[in-house]
Design a protein around this ligand. Structure first.
Ligand code: KIV
Ligand code: ZN
Length: 514
């Protein structure tokens, strides 16, 4: 096939905000979800699964806000095959330009017997009834046969046939537990396409988990077997070992479109920025050797490789870093850089910010450039993230001090300003500077959330690098992330903790109306 021949256009259904977000440690607050949704739209994702509206009032609200801002992508909300779930989804999607209701029900013997406690006959009826109910409110209905890869293929066809009769427009074949082998999964997709009554009226989708590390391979096998839609997440985040990774599927299709004879509508130059955003908001880093977006994905260490790349990049590179949005522009920013250069770099990194935010970020950039000779892309990313997905601050840092040493314990003093304008100051003793200062913060706010994760690293190499701290706290069965960046590691730790505390306070205010 030559490059000019028409390729099949695969629909990209992103579930970073639903399946990705429901994975342990990947939770996002509603501001962060909005920011990710905006970026997914810019990336060119066809369908954004924004959440599971019936799962919590917070999820419903966040799907509602995403539905209100997304213009070009379809916005989907997940539901069990229950009227109350479908009602929650239609409320949440009311403002969406292109809403999709996504209904699922398990079809495997093990799920039907032990989880649903339903007979196959009842599953067929409930699936059709749910689709019929949803169809009254929305023309775009997706039905998923959960655990399809461990289901009787003929039974999946039967359930799909009834779902299609009831109005489904997409039917989805999930490998829910990441059990399938690529040739087997391809054959399953081909079989289901061939034997489902009404198959010609709908799109076929696949949704694959990565328990055996085969999610991308299975998704590509399914595409070769005729799947029209692929479900995936940025960085492959998701339940257990995760979902199929969006960037890997998209780049496999782009680089090997000659072989796969299919492509997507994704703007691949937005991939790296989107991956970084998801890393920043979830605090879940990708491994250095992760394909496409890992730190080493385009690094050539061996001398013989470097020699080859210098002579001709194609000797060891099957795609360019630029094609996935990794800038190789070595121009660095510093204290003499002007607003134009700064704005330019923001644009290159995929950030769009309003004029007021730009003003604030530029001021911070100048302060940072005074402390650090060279401000690089990671520093800029960190600066923007401090503003982009931030929730309103209940507590603001005024000042802090610590005293510590090997013979003494540590004492931490902190002064915070509450949103009502009042100041509170406290000194605590602790096992170390961070412990003492976090204790002071807890006493001021009157809560003691559990610190589930505290991680500190350098944004870039070198002793003048900024310290980046990531914390996760748990309070009342909910989890909140916070990140802080500063040239001082204690200050970055304080900022991270306060960011998580502010996310928690905001969530409490939103859910209690206080
Ligand atoms: O893994 C799965 O089966 C799912 C469905 C809800 C599509 O996430
Ligand atoms: Zn899933």
């Amino acid at each position: 096939m030559t490059n000019n021949e028409t390729k099949r256009r695969i629909i990209v259904f992103d579930t970073t905000l639903r399946d990705g977000e429901q994975a342990p440690g990947c939770s996002m607050n509603s501001q962060e979800k909005l920011e990710v949704a905006r970026r997914l739209e810019k990336l060119g994702v066809d369908v954004i699964e924004a959440g599971f509206p019936a799962s919590s009032p917070g999820d419903l609200e966040s799907v509602k806000s995403i539905a209100g801002i997304i213009k070009t992508s379809t916005v989907a909300g997940l539901c069990r095959s229950l009227e109350k779930d479908i009602d929650a989804a239609r409320t949440a999607l009311a403002k969406a330009g292109q809403p999709r209701i996504h209904i699922f029900l398990a079809t495997s013997p093990i799920h039907m017997e032990y989880k649903l406690k339903m007979k196959p006959e009842q599953v067929v009826e409930q699936a059709a009834a749910a689709v019929r109910y949803a169809k009254q409110f929305c023309s775009d209905i997706q039905f998923s046969a959960e655990d399809a890869s461990r289901s009787e293929p003929a039974f999946v066809c039967r359930v799909f046939g009834e779902a299609i009769k009831a109005g489904a427009t997409t039917v989805n074949i999930p490998d829910t537990v990441g059990y399938a082998m690529p040739p087997e999964f391809g054959a399953l997709v081909a079989y289901i396409k061939e034997h489902t009554p009404g198959a010609e009226k709908v799109k076929f989708s696949v949704h694959v988990h990565n328990d055996l590390g085969l999610a991308v391979a299975n998704s590509l096998a399914a595409i070769s077997a005729g799947a029209d839609q692929v479900e995936c997440t940025v960085n492959g985040i998701g339940e257990r070992a995760g979902n199929a990774s969006l960037e890997e599927i998209v780049m496999a299709l782009r680089v090997r479109k000659d072989y796969l004879e299919a492509d997507t509508g994704i703007d691949t130059t937005q991939i790296y920025g989107t991956s970084r955003l998801v890393t920043q908001v979830t605090g879940v880093k990708v491994q250095p050797n992760k394909a496409i977006v890992g730190d080493n994905a385009f690094a050539h260490e061996a001398g013989i490789h470097q020699h080859g790349v210098l002579a001709n990049r194609a000797t060891y590179e099957i795609m360019t870093p630029e094609s996935v949005g990794i800038s190789t522009n070595l121009m660095v920013l510093g204290k003499h850089s002007g607003r134009h250069a700064f704005e330019d770099r923001l644009r290159l990194l995929g950030f769009t910010v309003d004029a007021e935010t730009l003003e604030k970020i530029f001021t911070e950039f100048k302060l940072l450039a005074d402390k650090k000779k060279v401000v690089n892309d990671r520093d800029i990313e960190a600066l923007v993230m401090g503003f982009a997905a931030a929730v309103p601050e209940t507590w603001k840092l005024d000042h802090w001090a610590v005293n510590t040493g090997s013979a003494l314990g540590a004492s931490g003093t902190i002064r915070l300003q509450h949103k009502d304008g009042s100041f509170q100051k406290l000194v605590s003793l602790g096992d170390g500077p961070i412990d003492s200062i976090y204790k002071s913060i807890n006493q001021i706010i009157g809560k003691e959330p559990e610190l589930e994760l505290y991680e500190i690293g350098a944004i870039t190499g070198g002793s003048s690098s900024q310290g980046e701290t990531m914390v996760k706290i748990a309070w009342d069965d909910r989890r909140y992330n916070g990140r802080g960046v500063s040239t001082d590691i204690i200050e970055s730790s304080i900022k991270a903790y306060l960011a998580a505390i502010n996310a928690m306070e905001w969530d409490i205010q939103e859910s209690t109306g206080r």
